[in-house]
Design a protein around this ligand. Structure first.
Ligand code: FAD
Ligand code: NAD
Length: 482
């Protein structure tokens, strides 16, 4: 028998679960289909973000940060702790507990909001029809006035280094190491490479990151990227830019190793590691999702084609999150979920794609929103730039966490803030105030005239805004015209 819903959401990652909850809140009879099974073969909600992405990676980043603090930085505060040791299985098991807590939280939210969670793999077989195949092969048909596809993304594989999730792993395998690899290779100096490379470097791995491009973090403001590579290299990440991987060979001994062959500007090179993480990007996941007869259009990258409100070419079908264009970020996915739900309820709604914040959760964190100096220069937009280093911030000094800076860029004619770029402790949280300010079209002067608590790291944002207009208080005038 066909079950009927107003909305069927496919996928329960941040895009799907948020869309489903918001749809239910708005009065739609909503189902959310999820195929993810945990180690015990039970359906779990939350997608990549909760199970193998944002949350578990941050759990390991936090554990390894505490380890390095105890090992290297407590003594500056007069605290001696003797020899600091890391129990890796305990760290991994804590991470698993955090994941379990959050994924069961989604189940609870579905119940509370009356979203029907349906286990199985969904296929869109008609404009208003979805067939769900359960893990035992049984099939169920769902009819829906609206279908929201939120099927997410998966890691990209490259032929020279086939993933075996043992010696050569993707980001999922890198969250499961049961001991610290002595020599860790990472392919890709992107977000995952730097975050997971940092985790294992802090715990004692000798980490080499091989990056094909010559420019480090090309999407990041150059001044910030330059500071980042300096700091991360000091922390032990050996980042080799311009290194293109060409092949690999698994070692034959009892203790497996992996030798990676690559070319750089000096020619052919090879290096042997105990584990290799491949982190070269992700691709949209649309396998067995769409019956061809429905005619949902994909773009040349395999993403589902949507307009700026996430409508596909089929009026009853929407697509959101990693499976569509734009940055592959959980918060972007969630906002698209809300936007589509509200659109279905005929509410005015939109996502401001110009103000999607980005964060790399290394320590210090790297966070930015809006445009960077190079982008603005290339458009010929004259800007005032204010930079404030954390070294001159009282709270950063008190915490002994003084690396990095805040860089604020304002339009030279209107003073409107066009970009904010931070490298520093808690950069993600500091940036958020600028995301809000920019949503309200704030000027650097507006931020300068706002009172900030003292002592706080956020005073660095205040001072950068003052500096953009040439009157920072706690540092020499750092105003620069670009
Ligand atoms: P997903 O989270 O991938 O969810 C898609 C869901 O759809 C999955 O559960 C899948 O099983 C299900 N599905 C797919 N096809 C079907 C089908 N046919 N039937 C039923 N179910 C189906 N982003 C951040 O913003 N901050 C971070 O700190 C961050 N850290 C990350 C760390 C790592 C290691 C990784 C890998 C990613 C990280 N991301 C981070 C990216 C973030 O996880 C994704 O942008 C986000 O999960 C995308 O959400 P989504 O709902 O579109 O897709
Ligand atoms: P990425 O695009 O950030 O980085 C991939 C890197 O690999 C690039 O620098 C690329 O030049 C390099 N590369 C590609 N092919 C290569 C090759 N053959 N040899 C050497 N280098 C190569 O991708 P990612 O780090 O895999 O992350 C995937 C996505 O997940 C990101 O786009 C991001 O949106 C999301 N993510 C976000 C966060 C966060 O928000 N903190 C954390 C993790 C992941």
């Amino acid at each position: 028998m066909t079950k009927e819903y107003d909305v069927v959401v496919i996928g329960s990652g941040p895009a799907g679960y948020v869309a489903a909850i918001r749809c239910a809140q708005l009065g739609f009879n909503t189902a959310c289909v999820e195929k993810w099974l945990n180690k015990d073969n039970k359906t779990v909600y939350g997608g990549t973000c909760l199970n193998i992405g944002c949350i578990p990676s941050k759990a390991l980043l936090d554990s390894s940060h505490k380890f390095i603090e105890a090992q290297k930085h407590f003594s500056a505060h007069g605290i001696s702790v003797g020899k600091v040791a890391m129990d890796v299985p305990a760290m991994i098991s804590r991470k698993d507990t955090v994941v379990d807590q959050l994924t069961s939280g989604i189940k609870g939210l579905f119940t509370a909001n009356k979203v029907a969670g349906i286990a199985g793999t969904a296929k869109v077989v008609g404009n208003n029809k979805v067939v769900v195949t359960d893990s035992d092969g049984s099939k169920e048909e769902l009819a829906a006035k609206h279908i929201i596809i939120a099927a997410g993304s998966v890691p990209i594989d490259i032929p020279p280094t086939p993933i075996d999730q043992d010696t050569i792993v993707d980001s999922t395998g890198a969250l499961e190491f049961q001991e610290v690899p002595k020599r860790l290779g990472v392919i890709g100096a992107g977000v995952i490479g730097l975050e997971l490379g940092s985790v294992w470097a802090r715990l004692g791995s000798k980490v080499t990151v091989l990056e094909a491009l010559d420019d480090f973090l090309p999407v990041v403001d150059r001044q910030i990227a330059k500071e980042a590579i300096k700091i991360l290299s000091k922390q032990g990440l050996n980042i080799k830019m311009g290194s293109r991987v060409t092949g690999s060979k698994l070692g034959k001994g009892t203790k497996k190793t992996i030798t990676v062959e690559y070319t750089d500007r000096d020619g052919e090179q090879k290096e042997t590691f105990d584990k290799l993480i491949v982190a070269v990007g992700r691709r949209p996941f649309t396998e067995s999702l769409l019956d061809e007869s429905v005619g949902v259009e994909l773009d040349e990258g395999g993403f589902i084609k949507v307009d700026d409100q996430c409508a596909t070419n089929i009026p009853s079908i929407f697509a959101i999150g990693d499976v569509v264009r734009g940055p592959m970020l959980a918060h972007k996915a969630m906002e698209e979920g809300v936007m589509v739900a509200e659109r279905l309820a005929d509410k005015k709604t939109q996502v401001n794609y110009d103000l999607v914040p980005s964060v790399i959760y290394t320590h210090p964190e790297i966070a930015w929103v809006g445009q960077n100096e190079e982008e603005l220069k290339s458009k010929g937009i004259e800007c005032n730039i204010g930079v404030f280093p954390f070294l001159a911030n009282g709270r950063a000094l008190a915490a002994n966490d003084t690396e990095g800076m805040v860089k604020l860029i304002a339009d030279a004619k209107t003073d409107r803030i066009l970009g904010c770029h931070i490298i520093g402790a808690s950069a993600a949280d500091l940036l958020q105030q600028m995301v809000i300010a920019m949503e309200f079209s704030a000027s650097a002067e507006d931020i300068g005239l706002t009172m900030f608590s003292h002592p706080a790291l956020s005073e660095a944002v205040h001072e950068a805004a003052l500096a953009a207009n040439g009157h920072a208080i706690h540092i020499g005038n750092r105003k620069r015209r670009s």
